[in-house]
Design a protein around this ligand. Structure first.
Ligand code: SAM
Ligand code: SF4
Length: 320
């Protein structure tokens, strides 16, 4: 379906939990968050129903995210249900990877197409520091398992954090030299409780290009992806830059998001939401609510403009 400015909206991102087993400094408070009541979180069947209604109006791609999606009870069942919905051509998960060793095979067998794994440092101690206790060995084992079962291509997401991992750009880029792996650098966005921290540690992805002037820009194969891709001259994998702040990609935005508590967010950088959970079971078509959300997408975000209102939601609620 087209939105009001002619963009084709075919991508739905769903956060299936706002809980997480890590505490990344730019995302989750150290003490974690209060667990919501069961009835305040979308049930597996409700998520399935929303996706099925979305498919009727042209949703073809779905991403499951969180919080940490792999700690959600029933995640394998959800993957199986969504992958069986007519019209859904691509189903992916974004995960911190810590539980992938355990789940990769079941996810693949249930119909998952791909996986994005978030990893902000390749150094054991630094990884532990940024995630407040995470074990990098678990993520590396998860990546290996995902590869082994054929959840390909593997994409690593790395949020670039000034003074923390900008000295690792080279190590991350070099991963693409010998392996068919995509490393995508994401600019730190100011959202929710951690927005001040994010502003203080922001660095532009331009730094990657400054450090690697020999990166070769690639033609955009997937016009809808927010990433601009590059390659090392002899590299097997790709280096992606996702620059929501330094150069926004609103004109090619193809997505809407749903939070774990069932609010549709037409734009990540706006506080406007529609409570779809409260409308499930009412005498109203969910596809009409999704259409309304698509029609409400702003032309572009206004992060750099004076009228910008800070985003109240935290990333662990929205899912990236
Ligand atoms: N727990 C999963 C994970 O970490 O991949 C999925 C949810 S997490 C919120 C999704 C992505 O959002 C991760 O790649 C994470 O690094 C990124 N993220 C979280 N907060 C962010 C922020 N303020 N700016 C940019 N990316 C952020
Ligand atoms: Fe958890 Fe992902 Fe947020 Fe890190 S970025 S705290 S892994 S939800």
């Amino acid at each position: 379906m087209l939105d009001d400015v002619g963009r084709k909206i075919n991508y739905l991102r769903i956060s299936v939990t706002d809980l997480c087993n890590l505490r990344c400094r730019y995302c989750m408070p150290e003490e974690g968050i209060l667990k919501k009541k069961h009835e305040d979180i979308l049930r597996i069947e409700e998520i399935e129903e929303i996706v099925a209604e979305g498919a009727k109006i042209g949703i073809e791609k779905v991403r499951i995210t969180g919080g940490e999606p792999l700690i959600r009870k029933g995640i394998i069942e959800l993957v199986r249900k969504i992958s069986n919905i007519d019209g859904i051509k691509d189903l992916a998960i974004t995960t911190n990877g810590t539980l992938l060793k355990q789940y990769a095979k079941d996810l693949k067998d249930s119909g998952l197409s791909r996986v994005n794994i978030s990893i902000d440092s390749l150094n054991k101690e630094k990884y532990k520091k940024i995630t407040r206790g995470g074990k990098i060995e678990e993520v590396l084992a998860g990546i290996e398992e995902a590869r082994r079962v054929g959840l390909a291509p593997i994409k690593l997401n790395t949020v670039l954090i000034g003074g923390f991992n900008d000295d690792e750009i080279e190590d991350f880029v070099n991963l693409t030299n010998n392996e068919n792996i995509d490393v995508r650098f994401i600019e730190l966005m100011p959202l929710g409780q951690a927005s001040r921290w994010a502003k203080e540690h922001f660095i532009s992805n331009i730094k990657v290009l400054e450090n690697f002037p020999d990166l070769v820009p690639l033609c955009k194969e997937d016009k809808e992806s927010p990433a601009k891709y590059y390659k090392l001259p002899m590299g097997k994998g790709r280096v992606g830059l996702i620059n929501p702040i330094s150069s926004h990609f609103c004109s090619s935005c193809n997505r809407i998001r749903i939070t774990a508590d069932g609010r549709i967010k037409p734009c990540l950088h706006s506080n406007y939401e529609i409570n779809i959970k409260s409308l499930i079971g009412q005498n109203i078509k969910l596809s009409d609510i999704l259409k309304l959300a698509i029609k409400s997408k702003p032309k572009e975000h206004i992060i750099k403009k004076d009228e910008y209102e800070p985003i109240i939601r935290n990333m662990y609620q929205i899912g990236g």
